[in-house]
Ligand binder design. Sequence first.
Ligand SMILES: Cc1cc2nc3c(=O)[nH]c(=O)nc-3n(C[C@H](O)[C@H](O)[C@H](O)COP(=O)(O)O)c2cc1C
Length: 319
Amino acid sequence: MGLPAVFENLSLPVVASPMFLVSGKELVMATCRSGIVGTFPALNQRTSEGFERWLEEISEGLDGATQTDGRPVAPYGVNLIVHKSNPRMQADLALCVKHKVPLIITSLGAVSELVEAVHSYGGLVFHDVTTTRHGEKAAEAGVDGLIAVCAGAGGHAGTLSPFALLPELRSFFDGTLLLSGCISSGNQIAAAQLLGADMAYMGSRFIATRESAATDENKQMVVAGQARDIIYTPAISGVPGNFLRPSLVKVGLDPDNLPAKESISFSKEVEPPESGAKAWKSIWSAGQGIGSVQDIPTTAEFCARLKAEYDSAVAGFCG
Ligand SMILES: Cc1cc2nc3c(=O)[nH]c(=O)nc-3n(C[C@H](O)[C@H](O)[C@H](O)COP(=O)(O)O)c2cc1C
């Protein structure tokens, strides 16, 4: 399977993945203008009204814009959390249908009604999975793409190696296959394709860009960090995820002795409540690939660098 037709003008086979409190409309528009798919979680706006405003602003901002080589900008996408703890799901989906959002990325639940609603206006649905079983269920629901969220990824990562998960997904799925986890350079995008992925799905690297909505301190922590600074724990959000150890220490928590969180919860409260720490807001997530992050460029500069690295890796390999 190649890329869907709507992705034919991408500068690179890359989706800049949705990141809670990090991917705002500035990052989305900057990535799309650089020719890679920009995405954001609907919940990055506090209300559905605010979310709709962003949809309008992004559409207007990208309307008629081009990449530096004159090709049309990349399409954008929205991440919807399909889980009972997200009361805005139906309202936000209705807004995506109304504004014909080109790509919907679903997390947690893959639902055929949602897929039908998005297909009704010609949109695409990609679903992120950490296991083959979840991939099978999403394929049954009719999704267009599967995102293999492998070990070391930022956010709620899986534990499987891409060498294990990608071929298993490919064995039954002939839609678009994306690889996620620790991809930070053009060489790694090429490597993802060699492994059988159609596209790379990159998160943490974009925290350290000028347009990301992360705080300067968060960006600096990503630049300073390495894989050893990442802890994989369910204690922050109730689901195992990767978090920056120094951000836990900063709010007074001991990363090696964290109180348990009882259930899946997307509230930001962290045990013990008296710590005042907030998941995602003051306890920051990032993946194990941050050792490759050395600077905080503009998104355009970074994407140009990615493209040069990618072209050189492909030429080197073919040569
Ligand atoms: C700070 C942060 C917030 C994230 N928030 C979300 C989110 O709201 N929804 C989602 O589907 N994935 C979220 N993710 C996961 C990313 O979309 C993506 O799967 C992951 O970052 C890819 O791995 P990488 O960070 O190693 O590139 C988040 C990741 C990070 C680092």
